[in-house]
Design a protein around this ligand. Structure first.
Ligand SMILES: NC(=O)c1ccc[n+]([C@@H]2O[C@H](COP(=O)([O-])OP(=O)(O)OC[C@H]3O[C@@H](n4cnc5c(N)ncnc54)[C@H](O)[C@@H]3O)[C@@H](O)[C@H]2O)c1
Ligand SMILES: O[C@H]1[C@H](O)[C@@H](O)[C@H](O)[C@@H](O)[C@H]1O
Length: 339
């Protein structure tokens, strides 16, 4: 490690999330510094590197990972580029924080699982940041306490103001609903066994070719039912809400009632406009936890198994969208490394 134990991080992909993680690692996180940034867009990499002392810009992830001042990797390139970056990091046995999704499909996620299993130790924390969000953590602690009895159902709403250009029906599942797949598995401690996809007549504000909103239902191996409204062009802001219905009560998060404002003949609150605003605390906590664990030589948080299991559920979800109806999830046996 460089500079008296400071973790030298290479950030791969300097778009929306990557640039925000560079800022976070440089200004918020303790114990780490950004020593390299990588982007296939050389100008973007250079301009991000220019804002950070001692940071080198690269266009090739392998070259950055070979640098002496790089101890760990944060992958924030688009999902289809994650597999190559992860395998390169494994060749150098570098610890990785990989933005969700681990990879966009189950076959490639399984290749990553196999490669890490061959390494013989965990190297990857997957960027399912909701596990670090204060509200989700409270809900998890409540469910784990058993105070409300067994969870029977989870209702989820996931709304984005607008989808980025090129967003497809499959991405609606593998980029967006993948978060609900992870929180379902994490909150309930159960695997998802089947997915049903339904859709209303699309909103007139949905871009050409995208059926938005959609509705998915998960079944779990513990007998719970989980529904997800995904609406990525709702227009009014960014909302992520969850309600657990249990045997002796219900618990709801994401209502954003932190401040109710009275002014000139009206009352009300405000709605976050994007994930960077809504989950700022969760990203900070996620990255600090990763840096701290990595400096201790440990790997904690959502694992490659969690990334693979979510990818397998995504695959069933995408098939359910295309074929209609209910599709069962196919999972390989969980390797000992992840038990
Ligand atoms: N956890 C969250 O809430 C959250 C939010 C947004 C995005 N994400 C994830 O973060 C990742 C990046 O998303 P984004 O919104 O920042 O995308 P983006 O399109 O804004 O940025 C991606 C960047 O990666 C670069 N890039 C593309 N291929 C590359 C490669 N092979 N090597 C290096 N750089 C490459 C692009 O030039 C671009 O600058 C995705 O995996 C996405 O799913 C997570
Ligand atoms: O990549 C983003 C990100 O994961 C957000 O958290 C989610 O709300 C969006 O729907 C998705 O497109």
């Amino acid at each position: 490690m460089t500079q008296r134990g400071t973790l030298g991080v290479a950030v791969i992909g300097t778009g929306r999330m990557g640039a925000d993680h560079v800022r976070r690692l440089s200004e918020v996180t303790s114990g780490a510094r950004v020593s390299a940034v990588v982007d296939v867009d050389a100008e973007r990499a250079k301009s991000v590197a220019a804002g950070v002392d001692g940071c080198t810009a690269y266009t090739d992830p392998a070259a950055a990972m070979a640098a002496d001042d790089v101890d760990a990797v944060l992958i924030a390139s688009p999902g289809p580029a994650h597999e190559a970056a992860l395998l390169t990091a494994f060749e150098r046995d570098l610890p990785v924080l990989c933005e969700k999704p681990l990879t966009p499909d189950a076959a490639s996620a399984l290749r990553i699982l196999e490669a890490e299993r061959k390494l013989g130790h965990r190297r990857v924390q997957v960027g399912f940041m909701r596990r670090y969000d204060t509200e989700y953590l409270k809900l998890k602690a409540l469910l784990d306490s058993g105070r409300l009895g067994r969870p029977l159902m989870l209702h989820n709403r996931h709304r984005n103001a607008a989808s980025p250009p090129g967003f497809t029906d499959a991405m609606l599942v593998s980029d967006s609903v993948v978060h609900e797949m992870d929180v379902t598995r994490w909150l309930l401690g159960q695997e998802i066994t089947a997915v049903t996809a339904l859709r209303p007549t699309p909103s007139r504000n949905a871009p050409e070719g995208l059926a938005d909103p959609q509705f998915l239902v998960f079944e779990t191996d513990g007998g719970a039912l989980v529904d997800v409204e995904i609406f990525v062009n709702c227009g009014f802001g960014y909302q992520v809400q969850a309600e657990a219905v249990c045997e002796r009560g219900t618990a709801r998060i994401g209502e954003e009632h932190a401040m109710v404002l009275n002014e000139a003949g009206r009352w009300g609150g405000s709605i976050a406009q994007d994930f960077v605003e809504r989950f700022a605390q969760a990203y900070d906590h996620e990255v600090q936890t990763w840096v701290d664990a990595t400096r201790r030589g440990e790997v904690t948080g959502p694992s490659t198994w969690d990334g693979y299991a979510a990818a397998a559920v995504c695959e069933a979800g995408v098939r359910a969208q295309r074929e209609g109806g209910r599709v069962e999830v196919e999972l390989v046996e969980r390797p000992a490394l992840y038990r």
